[in-house]
Ligand binder design. Sequence first.
Ligand SMILES: [Zn+2]
Length: 317
Amino acid sequence: MSRQDKDQLLLFFYIVFSFMFYGIGMNYGNAHPYCQVSHMTRESASPESAASAPEATTETTEAARPIIVVLDAGHGGNDTGAFYKSEEGKIHEKTVNFKLTKYLKIALEEYDNITVVLTRDSDKYLSLQERVDIALENNADLFVSLHNNTLVGAGGYATGSSIAVAIGNYNEKIAQEGQRLGANIAYELGKLGLKQNGLLMRSSRSYTYPNGRASDYYATIRGGMLHDFPSVIIEHAFIDNKDDFYDYLCSEKQLKEMAAADARGIARYLQVPRKDDSKVLEPLDDYKIKVCHIKKNGSAKKTYRIYYTDRFTDYEE
Ligand SMILES: [Zn+2]
């Protein structure tokens, strides 16, 4: 073999191995099972980032990152929230919310690749901004606040559950992720038999977003839109409604069932499998939900929406 032949042979092997390693890098870059739904992982699966080998290695590390779900037990400390007045005394919303949150943490940890962070793990007061700050410090992918309702609220209902979500006046893509998350949770709570009031959107009278449009009324939802994470508030049931209270909120068993429904809603939205049997819940398809938008002037606009696996349509009835 001449010197020139040897050089050509070496060049040939160099090219073959280069292509092999390049190919491996590309495969790893696309290998995240949850890329459809989590906004963090969805960005990491973009075609541009998978197009070169060195970046693909970085993507591998990012893809393995767990989905961080921040659970926020509403109220706490001196802020006791609403209550049910039983013969034995008042049952405070802060206590019911806290129990639901602890059960939801346990239920969510039965699913793969989810890390749960709690805004409070004891009966203490936290401002709404402190709750948002905890989400930011922990790189939240989702923020889920757990509450129970009282009196005839803004939507005009006095029983059942509703999920407050962003309007979509700012950071529309993230707002829509929150709306879809809300619909998934509503679907599961509805299956328990709770009256389903659907999605609640509410405009602030005083705040505006940097783009000049009306802000979301709820501070934790506004925080999510300003800092890029879907944020919802689950109003599970009406704590001051006797039927809601005795049917859904008064025993540990009932609270565990509600929390398990929340967990299924979150897991269905994320399309994450259960750890024990690796099963993923079917994505929502053809699910009709009520939508109530409380405008700046206090008037309520009620519409409907149908969720399909990859889109939704709004309409009035
Ligand atoms: Zn509350």
